[in-house]
Design a binder for this molecule. Structure first.
Ligand code: FAD
Length: 332
């Protein structure tokens, strides 16, 4: 592999409901800084159906160029056609660095692309930089339960790829009127060749933001006793305009859907405020929420491990503390 052939920083643009996902705008901000350091172009790769009108937004947020794959085959996210598009584009244009949001779509796509291109992928990054001497991407992420930061290099393969946690990087202020180049592409794959079909899309009926984009999260655990007790989380969330999350034990008890599970085998979140109610603070939970700006724990066991992670801890019975908080917030 001739590494010198690979140039430019690319961002996979995630879109839904006719808008660009906030994490993709954040990655354009991070990608802009990397591209400027390398003295190369910043491009977005936008895949979907009827999505061309999103390109202007991408230019305003820092992209110089956008590769667009716009066809009915891309109307719902499916691994195969999306992977096919990204792999074809990477083989044709040879980007040096490729970034994805660490969302369920980004993680799924990036790992499939990495396998097909036989290149490396650093997952769940929280810092990105380029080494001024070697020009290599330095992709850093918390490791060993957040006790160290691991910086991972991809020395021999290209593109160098990373998924990046939402809400860690900063989007640039949009520059109205900023323009760039649109490159329209087509893939050779046909619908008959795709092995998966989307039969139905069931939308969650909630007005609350997605967990990975929420500013405030109220998360509940097994300490809330049963499904009725877990409703306390919804009541507190209602007052605060927050989203509701859960530990794995609460999910496994059937009190809330798996999409709300936070932790190693669930979502990673970084809200401004995180309430952990009746959650013990097992490491598998903590790795998914420890980067929250402010963590408030409510637990009746003063020795619960969550008190090692939180900024404020309330030792008490959730069934007394949470109603008192709700009443206080309502008054405020
Ligand atoms: P518990 O550990 O049972 O804690 C309940 C807490 O509630 C206790 O601290 C108790 O003191 C407190 N409590 C009880 N009554 C009250 C009351 N009235 N008021 C206030 N507090 C009260 N877990 C996750 O959360 N996310 C993951 O992604 C995840 N992935 C995992 C992956 C693997 C491979 C493994 C092995 C485990 C994983 N787990 C995960 C499970 C994890 O190890 C814990 O078992 C789980 O997080 C515990 O959930 P919990 O804190 O709700 O329950």
């Amino acid at each position: 592999m001739n590494l010198d052939e690979f140039k430019g920083v690319w961002v996979f643009i995630e879109q839904r409901d006719r808008g660009v996902a906030p994490v993709s705008l954040e990655l354009l901000g991070a990608g802009r800084a990397l591209a400027d350091k390398r003295g190369v172009e910043l491009a977005g790769i936008l895949i979907g159906h009827n999505v061309k009108d999103l390109t202007n937004t991408l230019f305003q947020y820092g992209a110089d160029k956008v590769y667009v794959y716009d066809a009915p085959i891309f109307s719902q996210y499916r691994t195969e056609p999306y992977m096919h598009a990204v792999v074809e584009a990477c083989r044709k244009y040879k980007p040096e660095i490729m970034l994805y949001g660490a969302t369920s779509t980004g993680k799924d796509l990036a790992s499939a692309v990495a396998t097909d291109l036989a290149t490396g992928l650093t997952a769940d990054c929280t810092m990105l930089d380029v080494d001024p001497e070697t020009g290599l991407l330095e992709a850093s992420r918390p490791a060993f339960g957040g006790n160290i930061m691991a910086t991972i290099l991809c020395k021999k393969h290209r593109p160098q790829m990373a998924t990046v946690r939402p809400k860690v990087m900063k989007a640039l202020a949009p520059e109205p009127g900023r323009r760039g180049q649109v490159v329209e592409e087509q893939i050779t794959l046909t619908e008959d060749e795709v092995r998966t079909k989307v039969l139905e899309v069931v939308r969650e009926t909630t007005k609350r933001p997605r967990l990975d984009e929420a500013d405030i999260i109220v998360a509940g655990g097994k300490g809330l006793k049963d499904a009725e007790g877990f409703q306390l989380c919804y009541k507190l969330a209602e007052v605060l305009g927050a989203s509701v999350g859960a530990s794995r034990d609460a999910v496994e008890a059937g009190w809330i859907d798996h999409h709300h599970q936070i932790g190693q085998t669930g979502v990673t979140v970084t809200p401004k405020i995180y309430f952990a109610i009746g959650i013990s603070g097992a490491i598998q939970h903590v790795v998914g929420m420890q980067n929250s700006e402010l963590i408030i724990a409510i637990n009746n066991d003063p020795n619960a491990p969550i008190f090692q992670t939180c900024h404020y801890g309330i030792v008490g019975d959730a069934f007394e503390v949470v109603p008192a908080l709700i009443a206080a917030f309502k008054e405020a």
